[in-house]
Write a protein that binds this ligand. Sequence first.
Ligand code: OGA
Ligand code: MN
Length: 277
Amino acid sequence: MTFDTIQAIPLSPALGAEIGGVDLSRPLDDGVIGEIRRALLQFGVIFFQDQDITPEQHLAFARRFGDLVTYPMVKGLDGYPEIAPVIKLEHETDNFGGIWHSDTTYLPQPPMGAILVARELPPEGGDTLFANMVMAYEALPDDMKEKLSELIAINSSAKDHVAKSREDRQKDMVDVPEPLSADHPAVRTHPETGLKSLYVNRGHTVGFKGMAEDESAPLLEELFEHQIRQEFTCRFQWRPGSIAFWDNRSTQHNPINDYHGHRRVMHRITLAGDVPV
Ligand code: OGA
Ligand code: MN
């Protein structure tokens, strides 16, 4: 698939591409936005380098792709409630979302995607891994595809590494009294591409409806291991000015926690999604 206004350089055969030829600080016409959306669907996650954008420009770009939602566990930036800071400080040991996951699948309508801007990076480390869940689904044996087609996965924020990941959460995490929980098909069909993807994740999936734990636990473990096989992944190395935009319906991600003693600050905008089917 080719593009007229942008360039796309794949990061791995599985997913991910670096997009060139576009300056996100400027207003973009519908043709360019359409090509960026097409690249997102094709590659699952797209990256922009050497961008210098303000929070306003970040918001303006994100709004071209849909409605924005606030993140349930994190308070937004002052004056920008829709921008969630994703931070690990020098003295902290856990990182935000430091486990393989698709974002907030414990919501009835999980996000369609997120746009993450690197603001402060450690001198090295802090890369993010991504994995292609369409590929993971397609690589399953037929009898497993058959079995999963009937199953509804239970997703819960109680398992949420994200929620426990900041030592100083009292200060800047929103209080979520009860764990949030949502049931979604274990295999979902992408509303735009029509492709099926494996829709369970280690971060949030706790079981299957109507299945006892002693049956669901080994099945989930098998799927969690399968879905992140190296050949389904890519690894993105951030630079100042890097931006990642992932399709949360068909991919998972896992930020690597290998930069203790250093600060990493990212700004994230979340795009509204639909009910998985
Ligand atoms: C997120 C997340 C990844 C990262 O913002 O949802 O998982 O690289 N962040 O910080
Ligand atoms: Mn995440």
